[in-house]
Write a protein that binds this ligand. Sequence first.
Ligand SMILES: [Zn+2]
Length: 358
Amino acid sequence: MPSATPDVTGDGTTIYDLIPSLKRRHSTRLAAASQPSQDGANNAQDEQDVNASQSSSHLSSPPTEATEPATESKETEVDITPSKRFSFADADVILRSNDGHEFSVHRCILIAASENFETILRNPPTSSKRRKIGNNTTSLPVISTDETGEELDILLTYIYPRSRPNNVRFRHLSFDILLLDRWNILTIRDDLGRQLCSDVFIQENPVAVYNLAKKMGFVDAQHAALKHLYGISFEGNRQYFLDDGIELTAKDLQQIMMWKKEYLRSVMAVVDGYIVPPINHRNSCTKCVSAKQWCWWNTFKKKLHNWNIFNRDTIDKVVFLSLAATECQAPYGDTYKAIKLLHDSLEKEIDKLPVSFE
Ligand SMILES: [Zn+2]
């Protein structure tokens, strides 16, 4: 089978030399997105050099029996699979994947989506082919890409105004972000970057989220992943750092560990500096009343120093442990108010803390 990537200049330069950021990646997702066509081989017979047929602008030509003459360059051996989802009757360009899938789509949509498409479409390689679709008398330019059919299908799903993939696994979201980045579709890429902040992905693999967010410059996702990492004992845990896709070095890991220490120090400084509001004298715990603050507060602070992370769950657990330890007699209503106060005021202060440091 001949190379699916056209030789632009005749000296071995391909379209990917013009756009160096394009890089092929593989996926097994959406394998069913395009269905094999019964007449794929026949379609291929209509293909010819673009120079042999310079006609242009042939949207929705009326059906006719006329056929264009075959040329020496016809590629009868190419096994073409037209996309089921992206085969528009009024298409004016064909995108071809590196595994023989073809997508009949619209130039204006592609150009609006990405400068990379604009570059290819406005300056098609001179060796580009043309193809007739259906009964049209005229042929459409075929633009070869170095993406698989699955990748082009995902890319077009994002570009066309239709429902986007609902990624629930990190590897799918990561795959899409990298794909959109390769094609310079930055707005959608950044939308997906915001999805990275979700607990769903961070809990699945905080190191991988941090790694991708760092690479792509998604600062919020980086910080969210770091916060999660600070709450678990990731140090020395190889399960987080053995993933193939992780590009973090030992130095990066060391940096995260240092940041974690710094972060926990600053969290504890906030807790230590917290001033307990005056205790209501109607409080039925004599220890609280005589101390003029929650009698469990010092125990709470001491216990908290032993916890990795300070969050909503931690506050609840440590408050109840401290209440038990000091045998506080305060009624549940007072305890509930205290916990709510801690959530509201401490969490707000802690949220303001930096999670990475110079
Ligand atoms: Zn008490």
